[in-house]
Design a protein around this ligand. Structure first.
Ligand code: IMP
Length: 426
């Protein structure tokens, strides 16, 4: 995807997250100079396999595994510092040197333990199925203009006085929500005193850094977390995350201008999954849902929750193509469908007896739609060894052609397995 005219590219999820963006970023990072996370926080999870050990990167871009790549956690991310250092330690234990290659925006907001207490307390009544990482409350504080940012740690007294007020406020809210949990001011001070000496050397004006890199013709990948249907503006509100996961959020969250971006790759699974609550129109009936879950290993990387599974929903992907301005599609996990004789694809919906080709704003209406399916023939042979489109069975190629036609976006990559080399570049 990188070429002379495409040097700054966004990779976004075009369904409900967990599309396999991490693998695409990993593959594309081989050709990138910078990889930048621009929103979300430790709610994201990318499973990384190094040798025979496996662990999950939540905040550090997976580009870190490539020695020549500089990784940035942008201003749009809500950063959980303790988790960041746990990730860094895991990388160092496996011999991955990150010195001078990882930077954190000094404008990024911190997720602190009281945010997690608030997340748990509000889940008891709201029941959104959040990841429990304090993401919503941290963004609430950011937009309520009472967040604590990385740069605040540069002045210890300032950070401590902010903490007094914030911890008090969190405890008042917890009491109002009927929670018996309380945040302790001393624990928060201790946490920041312990983490600041490690965090501050990584802190930088990363927007400036990325801007300079782009001006110098370096290749920059902006890595989205979650997916379009979890975007706080465009997703299935209120069953969404608290940030703009779509490509528009990339400029804001990386600290660059939108005109710097010249490509948007949307990642979709060859089917659909969702973790957490909210509508999933093409959710498969038993036993197909269980079969997709088992074959696809569909369990949340952060929470271990079983993912809800269903068929490819073209209405969702067309919508994601529009709100993201997708210029290319990466279809992942095609191999998971290898054994199916017939594969349904959702073309559009029926809503109250009328045809419906767009995602309605009301979540309740999306919960009531009936998908209109087309059934495509399966290929019933393994695809994991394919490295070119021509290696795929003709029914698998026809399936991809159909997804491309229905989405209106050209397929650029097809992933046929978890390994790095199991990818077809179209
Ligand atoms: P939060 O981001 O933890 O507030 O969770 C809000 C919603 O987004 C819940 O439905 C989560 O399951 C979902 N979510 C958050 N992060 C991810 C992700 O990385 N993959 C899939 N779903 C996610």
């Amino acid at each position: 995807m990188f070429d002379e005219r495409t040097t700054c590219m966004v990779v976004v999820g075009a369904q409900w997250g967990d599309e396999g963006k991490g693998k695409l970023v990993d593959v594309l990072a081989e050709r990138a100079d910078f990889v930048v996370r621009y929103q979300g926080g430790a709610n994201a999870g990318h499973t990384v396999v190094i040798g025979d050990t496996q662990f999950v990167l939540r905040q550090i871009p997976s580009g870190i595994l490539h020695r020549s790549v500089t990784c940035v956690i942008g201003n749009g991310v809500v950063l959980e510092p303790e988790n960041l250092f746990a990730e860094l330690d895991q990388l160092h234990q496996r011999g991955i040197d990150t010195t001078g290659r990882l930077f954190v925006s000094d404008r990024a907001h911190l997720v602190l333990p009281y945010h997690k207490l608030l997340d748990a307390a509000s889940e008891r009544s709201q029941k959104l199925g959040t990841t429990g990482r304090g993401i919503g409350p941290a963004y609430e504080d950011k937009y309520g203009r009472r967040g604590i940012r990385v740069t605040d740690l540069r002045r210890v007294e300032c950070a401590q006085s902010l903490l007094t007020e914030r911890v008090d406020r969190a405890n008042r809210l917890l009491a109002m929500m009927g929670s018996s949990e309380r945040a302790r001011y001393e624990d928060h001070v201790e946490l920041l005193q312990r983490l600041a000496p490690r965090l501050l050397p990584l802190a930088a004006d990363t927007g400036l850094m990325v801007h300079r890199a782009i001006r110098a013709g370096r290749r920059v990948l902006l890595e989205g977390a979650q997916g379009a249907l979890l975007d706080v503006d465009h997703g299935t509100y209120p069953y969404v995350t608290s940030s703009n996961t779509t490509a528009g959020g990339a400029a804001v969250g990386a600290g660059i201008g939108p005109t710097a971006i010249n490509g948007v790759l949307g990642v979709v699974k060859a089917y659909t999954t969702r973790v957490g609550n909210g509508p999933l129109p093409t959710e498969a009936a038993s036993p197909f849902e269980e079969r997709l879950r088992e074959l696809g290993g569909e369990f949340g990387a952060v929470t271990g929750r079983p993912r809800r599974c269903g068929w490819f929903d073209a209405t969702v992907v067309r919508y994601a193509a529009r709100v993201n301005g997708l210029t290319g599609l990466a279809v992942t996990k095609l191999d998971v469908l290898d054994s199916f004789a017939e594969i349904p694809v959702g073309l559009a919906y029926r809503l109250d007896g009328e045809s419906c080709e767009e995602i309605p704003a009301e979540v309740e209406a999306l919960g009531r739609v009936h998908p209109i399916y087309e059934s495509l023939p399966g290929w019933q042979q393994p695809t994991g060894a394919a490295r070119r489109l021509a290696d795929l069975p003709s029914a698998a190629r026809a399936y991809l052609d159909r997804l491309e036609a229905l989405s209106g976006v050209p397929v650029r990559y097809v992933s046929v397995g978890t390994r790095r080399d199991q990818i077809i570049e179209v």
